[in-house]
Design a protein around this ligand. Structure first.
Ligand code: G3P
Length: 217
């Protein structure tokens, strides 16, 4: 299972990278705005800076809603750095753009997936990754993890190579349940990744080991 961090915060990306378990980064316009990164030039530079920190894939989202605009933007983003994956929304022109980039050999991440039908379309169009937003489904009393299971079943039925990138992950249990289902990738905040470290018995056990070590010295 690949671990991506879902942020545009460079300090958090550096911290996750230093843990040695980071496989990539996802961002979106809201995450960029949260870091105060606005304006095309600054956003492009920020994507480049992220690529210089991590070794893996970095999703960079297009803003256009029409096919020609998505293709133009996606080409600029893809040319920026070999690690860039062009993030495309699940809308009609987005599906066309996914197919275009597939034919061009450019990696894509189809975002804003909320149903199995959308997941099927993304795979048919040749998306490299597709991002079901599990936290946002949970927010409206719909089981996000069930969608991950549904998509896993569908993709396995037909051997689709599109990777399931569980997004809108909010906490450690989302990560663990996604791993049990077999999501290929998860993207979440640093807190969800570091939360996996924690167990009170580890802390108690370590304190006891150190206490006993000191007794013997
Ligand atoms: O990866 C998608 C993500 O950025 C959305 O997360 O927490 O805003 O639903 P959230």
């Amino acid at each position: 299972m690949k671990f991506f961090i879902d942020t545009a915060n460079l300090d958090q990306i550096r911290e996750a990278q230093s843990l040695g378990v980071l496989d990539g980064v996802t961002t979106n316009p809201s995450l960029m705005a949260k870091e105060g990164i606005t304006g095309e030039k600054n956003i492009i530079q920020h994507y480049f800076d992220i690529c210089e920190i991590v070794d893996g894939d970095v999703s960079a989202e297009v803003i256009s809603l029409d096919f020609n605009g998505m293709v133009k933007e996606g080409k600029i983003l893809a040319a920026l750095h070999p690690q860039i994956v062009v993030k495309i929304p699940m809308i009609e022109d987005g599906v066309k753009a996914l197919k275009y980039f597939y034919d061009e050999g450019i990696k894509t991440n189809c975002t804003l997936i909320f149903s199995a039908g959308q997941a099927l379309l993304a795979a048919k169009a040749g998306a490299t990754y597709m991002s079901p937003f599990i936290g946002r489904l949970d927010d409206i009393s719909t089981d996000g993890l069930s969608l991950i299971q549904e998509i896993r079943d569908i993709y396995d039925n037909y051997g689709f190579e599109t990777q399931i990138l569980a997004a809108s992950v909010r906490h450690t249990m989302h990560i663990i349940e996604c791993a049990k289902i077999g999501a290929d990738v998860m993207t979440g905040p640093l807190s969800s990744i570091k939360g996996l470290l924690k167990h009170p018995l580890t802390d108690i056990g370590l304190a006891k080991f150190l206490e006993d070590y000191k007794k013997g010295n």
